[in-house]
Design a protein around this ligand. Structure first.
Ligand code: PLP
Length: 469
């Protein structure tokens, strides 16, 4: 466990020592951020301006140390729980190198699509550490998971349960399943990323659970029910809703034991803790988050006289969010009639759709003038895409000039994974930095990549040939 010698109030690990498990999600910036004698911002000892010059902009830069520390913080918080596992939610950011890093850190992985599963299997990710999620998995996705091995399938509905049983029978396999439940908990987060409330599109209503059990028992050659799952939502900063969840879920475990004589060996309480995107955000540190959930789960279990099942947590955003910085090059700066300015950069909503989708806010700094005084002029940091809503930051006071490299913090989560080719703009490259070394982990797309899946019907080519004859 990564420990530092100072006490900052988050995560005192033992009674007498002041060892602290630092939770990266409590800071806006990655843990290896610094400045150098050129007055440039650095990450893992590397000059961000050099990275922008060498790899081009926009550029996603991920700090490996921050990812490792986030995982260590979650794991350390689970130390008191008898048997716990962390599965990183791949939807926040996934690529082949990330799978290898997770493997090295002995962390599990949530996947939700054929593509995510393929990325994991190509990296020889252990099947036993994979969970397949999704509210509408295709038969092919279920087949791929079952063929790969003991991937846990998190079943989202009755009809999916029937589909999993049918596919398992066809393949002669037994599917290890969780049932994803709707716990009826509504955290205070953006409505688009709230999932635990009644009538959510994800999961099974608590009232439906009883009726699924006879089916699962009947198909016991195909279905191995090993646990219950719930995820209340994403971008949650308060602890309260997370602490309500163990109570709801252990009650269901108790009910299964008493009424159906089923003792489940696993329980998955999802992810959802947020990060500090700007000074306004006050998330709970990852160490405290996982520790409090573990303690609440243990006390609910003991209230019901239940043996502790293996506990899974599935954070995504808080594992990778703080590690990521996006570098942009400033282009035109426009004076608006109200005295404010528009600073345009060479990326925007296609590499970071979170502002336009969730009204997300970010901090930006000038990488090539780390000590620049803030300006008194209000500015917006706007993207280059053809959408009025393509505004990365609505209000900032950076004194940016054309040609500056700016760094937007907190972009490690749901940026690359939600990026698009809007306006046929190629997606940026991503580099992973660690101990003074940068490695490309996702190549920048090229113009040729953009055309690589285009096909032109023969009739157009023929008619062009004719008209040129
Ligand atoms: C089932 C499930 N688990 C975990 C997560 C991760 O959430 P977050 O990235 O907010 O931690 C999600 C996100 O949507 C999810 O759907």
């Amino acid at each position: 466990v990564a420990t530092i010698q100072t006490f900052n109030g988050d995560g005192v690990d033992s009674e007498n020592t002041a060892l602290v498990v630092e939770s990266p999600n409590l800071s806006i910036k990655p843990v290896t951020i610094g400045t150098n004698d050129k007055n440039h911002i650095t990450l893992a000892g590397l000059d961000l301006v050099d990275l922008a010059d060498n790899y081009g902009t926009p550029l996603w830069v991920m700090d490996e140390q921050t990812i490792k520390q986030a995982i260590q913080a979650v794991k350390a918080g689970l130390d008191d729980y008898p048997d716990a596992r962390v599965a990183y939610a791949g939807k926040a950011f996934l690529c082949s190198a990330m799978c290898h890093l997770l493997k090295e850190l002995q962390v599990g992985l949530d996947v939700v699509s054929e593509g995510e599963l393929y990325t994991a299997t190509q990296a020889q990710f252990p099947a036993d550490m994979l969970l397949l999620h999704g509210n509408n998995k295709s038969p092919r996705e279920i087949e791929d998971a079952l063929n790969y091995g003991d991937v846990r399938i998190v079943v989202d509905s009755r009809s999916e349960l029937e589909m999993v049983a049918a596919i398992a029978r066809k393949l002669g396999r037994k599917a290890r399943i969780f049932l994803r439940m709707i716990p009826g908990i509504e955290p205070d987060t953006h409505p688009h990323i709230r999932t635990g409330q009644d009538l959510s599109k994800f999961g099974i209503a608590i009232e439906e659970l009883d009726s699924l059990i006879p089916y699962i028992k009947r198909f016991n050659l195909e279905l191995d029910l090993i646990g219950l799952h719930a995820h209340i939502g994403s971008g949650v900063s308060q602890l309260d809703p997370f602490l309500k969840l163990p109570g709801v879920m252990t009650e269901l475990l108790k009910k299964l034991k008493d009424q159906h004589e089923i003792v489940l060996p696993e329980l998955d309480l999802g992810g959802g803790m947020s990060i500090t995107f700007t000074e306004k955000d006050k998330p709970v540190g990852l160490y405290e988050w996982s520790r409090e959930i573990a303690h609440a789960t243990m006390s609910s279990l003991s209230k019901h006289g239940l043996v502790a099942p293996r506990l899974w947590l599935e954070p995504g955003k808080a594992i990778v969010g703080t590690s990521g910085i996006t570098l942009y090059r400033v282009g035109h700066i426009k004076n608006l009639t109200d005295g404010s300015v528009c600073i345009a950069v060479d990326g925007g909503m296609a590499d970071n759709p979170r502002p336009i989708t969730y009204q997300a806010d970010y901090l930006v700094e000038i990488a090539n003038r780390a000590n620049a005084q803030t300006s008194s002029t209000r500015a917006q940091l706007v993207g280059r895409f053809c959408e009025q809503g393509d505004v990365l930051i609505k209000e900032t006071y950076i004194p940016a000039k054309t040609g500056d490299v700016v760094a937007v913090y907190g972009t490690g989560c749901y940026n690359y994974s939600q990026s698009s080719n809007y306006n046929r703009v190629a997606t940026p490259a991503c580099v992973l930095v660690s101990n003074g070394k940068a490695d490309i982990i996702i190549e920048r797309q090229t113009k040729e990549d953009l055309l690589s899946k285009d096909r032109v019907p023969d009739r157009f080519l023929k008619s062009q040939q004719k008209s040129s004859e």
